[in-house]
Every structure is written in structure tokens, then in C-alpha cells.
Design a protein around this ligand. Sequence first.
Ligand code: SAH
Length: 219
Amino acid sequence: MNFNIPGNSGMTSARTRARLVERLRASGIRSEEVLGVIGEVPRHAFVDEALAHRAYDDVSLPIGHSQTISQPYIVARMTELALESPGRGKVLEIGTGCGYQTTVLAQCFKTVYSVERIGALARTARERLSQLGVHNVRLRHGDGSKGQPDAAPFDAILITAAAPIVPEFLIEQLVIGGRLVFPVGTTDQELRMIERLEDGHQETRLEKVRFVPLLPGLA
Ligand code: SAH
């Protein structure tokens, strides 16, 4: 992992990042691989300079357009669930936002497909990834709610916005053994995981979460 880190290098001090890693470990993140990646990705590069001093707190933060950068805990949790899939080839992220989760996934999978419905966010994320030197991401401005059949099957699919209903139709875009990790619900939301099996699938209900909604169409 080697990022071209812009801005104030003090914000990325090893100690600040190590504190976040310890916090996530205490919150129950078990994967050393994921903790290692979170400790390397410069989260301050994904938020406005005025918020950079909070970038290594375990909180979500506004990124404009009524959207947020996800809390590091949930990024770590969803990534560790995705990494239990059998392969490390292709992962699909629905909801790029600022591109933070995208960058974390890019350290763990060969190719990340990521789709964002808000054009301005997709553009900024694309520029940021290129500045950081993250080159294994195919970022698309589009409505990702139907997945990406032309690039399927994926080893894992992550939805980083809350779907109103369980998107069972995405299961067919997974390899056998692949995992779909997503929040579902409107006011009361829950993180869930669906594993595609040889003959059908298995759904697991995980913890309570709080995400922005998955919305149709482009903006
Ligand atoms: N992965 C991000 C979280 C972004 S918040 C991170 O690392 O912080 C969720 C994002 O999903 C928002 O940017 C929102 O615009 C986007 N989104 C919502 N509905 C969508 C859809 N149908 N297709 C693609 N992106 C969508």
C-alpha cells in the first residue's frame, strides 16, 4: 500500500491512525487484514479540509449533496464480511460517495467496480482516487440499484446505502459462495448478508445501522 497523500501530513500521523485501529479492534473488528488497511488509507483525503481534524474519529461525516462518508467501523465490518467470500477477484460497490470504502476495497480485491448516482460525487471520487494512485477501480456514474450484470459475477457486492427491500435479484450477480452485504430498511435499518449457495442462498441478520437511502435514477 502506497498512497500519494495530499495536504497536511500531520493529519496522517501514524499515531492518529493507530488510535482509530485500536478503537475498531475494541468495537469487535477481528480481521487483521482489514485493520491493517484502515490504518493505511488516508481518510482525511476524503473529506473537506475543514473536517480533516475529525477524519480519524469513528464517525460518519458530511461530504455535501446531503451524503456522508461512512463511519470507519461500518466500512471495516462490511469489508471483513466481504472478505469471507471465496475469491479476491471482482467486488461491486453500490454507492461510491467520496470513495473511501472504494479505496479500502481496492487494497483487498483485484478489481473494484463502483457506481455512484450523483455526478458531482462520482467526478470528485474519480479525481481523488487517481491522485492517491489507486488504479484498480472502475468507477461509473449511474443508478446502481440493479447491480452491474455486464461485469458479473462478483465475489462480493456491497451496498453502501439503505435499500427499502431485500435486493434478492442481486444474488444472481454473485459467484457461488459470494456474499452480498447491505443495509435494509428506512427509519429502522439493519445490516444483512446473503450468501449464494450451490442451491439457493442463506440470509443472516446482523446489527442495527444508519445509512443514507438508496435512491433511484441519476442526479
Ligand atoms: N461508500 C461510501 C458511502 C457513501 S454514502 C463511503 O465510503 O463513505 C452512499 C452513497 O450512495 C451516496 O453517495 C449516494 O448518492 C449513493 N447512492 C444512493 N443510491 C444510489 C444508487 N441507486 N446508485 C448508486 N449510488 C447510489
